[in-house]
Design a binder for this molecule. Structure first.
Ligand code: AMP
Length: 221
């Protein structure tokens, strides 16, 4: 079972994927998280990717596809988060899966209005130690600025600055909308309202993924 989570920055993809991965037996694979790790470790890929990330632009498809391919393990049910971001990446993912006799079973689009996204992103904090996510207003840590799980000092992402967020939203509309249509044409797209309490979104997503899992098992045998 392979599931793709689509949606604009700040739509809750990371939060939802983290809430659902263990529960549904998925491995959560977020290209943004892998890239931030590469940047932190100052690898060759990280140094190259940083130039695009800090401007809110997409990292070139070739680099992303090579990176994803190097992380792909056989026989794993992935929940793809933040990938594919362009039609070329969607085609590339299909090709990588096809050689393993797999395909994307379902793509869920989390829909959230722009005004809500900007409010959400401006309060967003994350833990550089363990990757846990927080929000200054809606999901504060117990001790201000410190991770509940591992005690590391929380940070705002450098690309969550308002001018970069505006560019990320524009890039999403221009380059990621075709991905939505790509899955829609294949009858794989399910739209979910992401502008509701997070636990309601989680419940809705769980139902969509369970239904897709049931179908994919029937197809498999
Ligand atoms: P995210 O955490 O998914 O919002 O990603 C943060 C940034 O990493 C994006 O603004 C892009 O610069 C880059 N990035 C993450 N995933 C991809 C991808 N699939 N294709 C291109 N760039 C990506």
């Amino acid at each position: 079972m392979q599931a793709v989570l689509l949606g604009p920055p700040g739509s809750g993809k990371g939060t939802q994927a983290a809430a659902l991965a263990d529960r549904l037996g998925f491995q959560h694979l977020a290209t943004g998280d892998i890239l931030r790790e590469e940047v932190k470790n100052k690898t060759k890929l990280g140094m190259e990717a940083k130039k695009f990330m800090e401007k809110g632009e997409l990292v070139p498809d070739k680099l992303i596809l090579e990176m994803v391919s190097s992380h792909l393990k056989p026989d794993v049910a992935y929940l793809w988060d933040g990938f594919p971001r362009t039609e070329e990446q969607a085609v590339g993912l299909d090709a990588m899966l096809a050689v393993r006799n797999l395909s994307v079973d379902v793509a869920v689009l989390l829909e959230v209005p722009d005004a809500i996204i900007i409010r959400r992103i401006s309060g967003r904090l994350s833990c550089p130690g363990c990757g846990a996510n927080y929000h200054r207003e809606t999901l504060p840590s117990k001790k201000e600025g410190v991770c509940d799980r591992c005690g590391t000092r929380l940070e705002a992402r450098t690309d969550d600055r308002p001018e970069v967020v505006a560019r990320r939203l524009a890039v999403y509309r221009e380059q990621t909308s075709p991905v939505m249509r790509y899955y829609e044409k294949q009858g794989k797209l399910v739209r979910v309202n992401g502008d509701q309490p997070p636990e309601n979104v989680t419940a809705k997503l769980a139902a969509v993924f369970e239904a897709a899992k049931g179908k994919s098992q029937k197809v498999d045998g």
